[in-house]
Write a protein that binds this ligand. Structure first.
Ligand code: BG6
Length: 504
């Protein structure tokens, strides 16, 4: 008889329903709104994923009318690669829902004005009182916006309508400030209203990792200390500062990428199977991984981490400046732009299996990969040195996965050679949607599965705080890698004897 049992994971991953009508209030019309949010929203409109009454109010200091904001939004959508094809018909419908409120984020008058416009637009456009606030501002404005919304009762939910707050990273600058921010927000908002966004979780291939692991039977039996030698997670970028030097001086690679994006990838690879695809079931398992991860106090940092900063070099055949020459960066800056870390998870599944994470700016190319490197066979009966089998997940670009294993070469010799089985995401046709679009839609649907919970953020900060403290002193000898290379030599030593970073 056919098996009619439904797989809770598959059920959960299926798009459930159309989102409620809602008003999205975006604080800040800077880089993020321009390059990511507006294109992602427009693309959702093209894909017919938005509620027809969906509307936006953007807030910024500029003295714009709704029409001027619509013009800005149109340019953002037309110039961004993330928007996909520009369809005039879709745009003209979409732009009708775009509005602008000018003012400063701490100014009472601005919130009075916002309150009035929320009421008018909500009744004109039928958004039913549902409001999602998006903090696309520098983190220094998070607290004031959150408390001002509270002061004007703009956070209050009713039986019929919801209010949600989406907070961009970085969520705090260290453990202490992240806790303060959580505490501060909870004075106004309940945890169920807060959506901390990490756009890596919106990437199709990151979600596919969960599907591959828990929607199949063949991988999980091997996914443990008996078969896995180690795991590598690489997020390499060829970009430099792109005008964000001043922000980066504060953030460094540790806050910009390690504490959030890489930690998220790490927990998804290492977690146990959740009992369902429900938000808390998944988040509970991710939290357990972070709790089981060996702490990295300041004293252990030199043993388990490597930091680096790029100097001038050659990238894609052109000379590029070093970090210290970038705009907004101090000439003697000691801010790391490369970090590699060895993590160990103290549980039955992973005891003795190191996880190596590395991320950097100005590497030879943009590539994000997770590689599960298996042990070599216990007995060597073929000539040559046996290679490790590797199952690798290409998060971006060229989304897909590969299995590398040994095969006999044709002929009399019993020689082995590495071969690969390749799966490309293209085989589904073109990838649709954007990471931001997926997450915005989830937040509109009230699905917090792909948003890190308070305890996850706290535990991730606990792990990186010792690293941040130790990286301050003694002053490192920077720069220690050339732009356009794979980072400092010490990074190769970290991964240890007999192992090497994947050549990507
Ligand atoms: C952002 C960082 O969160 O992620 C950037 O602030 C980084 O510095 C970016 O370039 C990388 O994201 P993606 O999606 O391009 O890999």
């Amino acid at each position: 008889m056919a098996n009619t049992h439904t797989n809770p994971l598959r059920e959960g991953m299926r798009r459930r329903q159309a989102p409620d009508p809602c008003l999205l209030v975006i604080f800040g019309v800077g880089d993020l709104t321009q390059r990511k949010l507006l294109p992602a929203l427009y693309r959702l409109a093209v894909e017919n994923e938005l509620n027809p009454n969906f509307s936006v109010i953007a807030i910024g200091r500029r003295p714009w009318s709704d029409l001027e904001f619509r013009e800005f939004a149109k340019q953002s959508v037309q110039t961004s690669k993330e928007s996909g094809e520009f369809v005039e018909g879709v745009w003209s419908g979409f732009e009708q829902g775009l509005h602008f409120v000018g003012g400063a984020f701490d100014e009472d008058a601005m919130y009075e004005n916002l309150k009035g416009r929320l009421q008018t637009i909500s009744s004109e456009r039928g958004t039913a009182g549902n409001v999602m606030y998006y903090l696309a501002t520098p983190p220094s404005s998070f607290e004031v916006i959150s408390s001002q919304l509270g002061k004007f009762d703009l956070h209050k939910e009713t039986e019929e309508s919801w209010k949600r707050l989406v907070v961009e990273k970085p969520f705090g600058v260290n453990l202490e400030t992240a806790r303060e921010l959580n505490h501060h927000m909870h004075e106004v908002w309940s945890e169920h209203q807060i959506y901390r966004i990490d756009h890596y979780l919106g990437k199709e291939t990151v979600q596919n990792l969960l599907a591959i692991r828990f929607g199949n039977v063949i991988f999980e039996p091997l996914w443990n200390r008996q078969y896995v030698d180690h795991i590598q997670i690489t997020a390499a970028e060829d970009l430099g500062m792109e005008g964000r030097g001043a922000y980066y001086e504060e953030a460094s690679i540790t806050r910009d990428m390690l504490q959030n994006h890489l930690m998220q990838l790490f927990t998804i690879v290492a977690m146990e199977a959740p009992s369902s695809f429900e938000a808390n079931a998944i988040r509970d398992e991710k939290v357990k991984v972070l709790r089981a991860t060996k702490p990295i106090p300041k004293e252990r940092v030199p043993e388990v981490t490597v930091r680096g900063q790029y100097g001038p070099g050659t990238l894609h055949g052109e000379h590029v400046a070093g970090f210290r020459e970038e705009k907004g960066v101090a000439p003697e800056s000691v801010t790391p732009t490369y970090v590699a870390v060895k993590l160990e998870v103290d549980n039955w599944r992973w005891q003795g299996v190191p996880f190596f994470l590395r991320t950097a700016k100005r590497m030879p190319k943009k590539v994000t990969e997770i590689a599960v490197v298996f042990k070599t066979p216990p007995a060597h009966i073929f000539p040559g040195t046996p290679e490790n089998n590797v199952l690798s997940f290409n998060i971006q670009p060229d989304e897909g996965m590969k299995l590398r294993f040994s095969s006999k070469t044709p002929g009399q010799d019993n020689r082995l050679r590495d071969v690969e089985m390749d799966f490309h995401y293209d085989s589904f046709g073109k990838l649709t949607g954007t990471a931001y679009g997926r997450l915005l839609l989830d937040a509109m649907l009230g699905d917090a599965t792909l948003f890190p919970r308070e305890d996850e953020v706290d535990l991730a900060w606990q792990l990186v705080t010792g690293i941040l403290e130790a990286f301050g002193e003694p002053a490192p000898e920077f720069p220690n890698y050339d732009a356009g290379t794979w980072g400092p030599e010490a990074g190769d030593k970290l991964i240890g004897e007999g192992r090497r970073w994947r050549r990507l």
